[in-house]
Design a protein around this ligand. Structure first.
Ligand SMILES: N[C@@H](CCC(=O)N[C@@H](CS)C(=O)NCC(=O)O)C(=O)O
Length: 343
């Protein structure tokens, strides 16, 4: 029997779209740099690329930034990944994500270090973003791989050949920063996260574990899907323990601070961007990271880093950051980020 992968990927994406996304308003078509909601009943075909993502997911922000940078139209299928919704725990969505190559080649997530890098943690099958290429019948998971895929589609517009090594090295650095730990956990020496985040993150791991457990109950025994959910529980339990320890939080804050200081040394004042001759994927990943640190109140990390300070201002004004991150609908307010928003 031959399997038509293209049809099966389309079907998986359709099931994920229809079952996981609670509100059809969170499905729209994005074209030529602007967001055009797709009306209900609109028969226009979905574009070649479809992104399953979430406004506040840092990994999703990197990919939206990259999509806007290359000007590729895409179908935006937005899941709410926070409890009590946790639409990313829908079995239909997880099945789609498990059709990606990385799901087959990497072990499932089994620990927590504060980052969400596949290199450190393993593959999280219940996470966003996931890209679907409807033309090729391909599902791509993990922000680094999705970014590489988009670079390939754009003919190298994001990662010019001459800077490959340096750019991928920068991306590996950003990928291992403990953004998740800094978002869920409080700084024991002064929590500057916006009130909405502080309140929302209280007990978040407990709520997530409970929701995953509920979903797990209905899954077939001995199935790979069940294994995927079991690993998600292991990760969330490890995360709950990790952020409860002030020593862990101090360690990841210090590590992030020292990474920012090192970035300052790599930036050259004569260049506008990180690479000598133009805006690249490295700038998108750093833009998203610095914006998140600013939002969470960690901008003191570049108080004595003049090049990072100037670089951050330029990044936050760039079209890919403006469209894909800062003005993407639904970003929660924060006193530190308001001046960068277009009103
Ligand atoms: N290495 C993955 C990490 C994916 C990931 O951890 N995504 C987070 C948001 S940035 C997520 O979906 N979390 C869902 C949850 O915690 O339940 C990537 O870069 O795409």
């Amino acid at each position: 029997m031959t399997i038509n992968f293209r049809t099966s990927v389309d079907a998986l994406a359709e099931q994920a779209r229809n079952s996981a996304i609670g509100d059809p308003e969170r499905r729209c078509i994005v074209s030529s740099g602007s967001v055009h909601p797709k009306r209900r009943g609109d028969q226009s075909p979905i574009p070649r690329l479809e992104l399953f993502h979430f406004t506040m997911s840092i990994c999703s922000q990197k990919i939206r930034g990259a999509l806007f940078q290359i000007g590729a139209p895409f179908a935006s299928s937005e899941l709410i990944i926070m409890p009590p919704f946790s639409e990313n725990y829908s079995a239909e969505y997880v099945k789609l994500r498990m059709a990606s190559a990385i799901a087959r080649s990497r072990p499932f997530v089994k620990g927590y270090s504060g980052s969400s890098s596949v290199e450190n943690e393993g593959f999280d099958p219940l996470a966003v973003p996931t890209l679907v290429d409807h033309e090729k019948g391909e599902v791509v998971a993990d922000s680094r791989l999705i970014a590489a895929y988009l670079d390939m589609l754009s003919g190298g517009a994001l990662v010019p050949l001459q800077w490959q090594n340096r750019i991928w090295n920068e991306i590996a650095i950003v990928d291992t920063l403990p953004h998740a730990g800094l978002f869920y956990g409080a700084n024991p020496d002064g929590d500057d996260r916006p009130e909405e985040i502080r309140a929302g993150m209280r007990g978040a791991h407990d709520k997530k574990i409970e929701l995953v457990r509920k979903r797990l109950e209905g899954l077939p025994a001995d199935s790979l899907l069940r294994e995927a959910y079991r690993h998600k529980i292991i990760k969330e339990e490890a995360g709950r323990e990790f952020i409860s320890q002030p020593a862990n939080m101090r360690r990841i804050i210090e590590a992030t601070h020292s990474t920012i200081v090192q970035l300052d040394r790599r930036l050259e004042s004569k260049n506008e961007w990180l690479m000598p001759d133009g805006f690249t994927l490295a700038d998108i990943f750093w833009g998203v990271s610095l914006f998140r640190l600013l939002f969470l109140g960690y901008d003191w990390m570049w108080k004595d880093c003049p090049r990072v300070s100037e670089y951050a201002e330029r990044l936050f004004a760039s079209p890919s950051m403006q469209n894909g991150v800062i003005n993407w609908p639904g970003h929660p307010p924060g006193e530190r980020i308001e001046r960068f928003k277009k009103h």
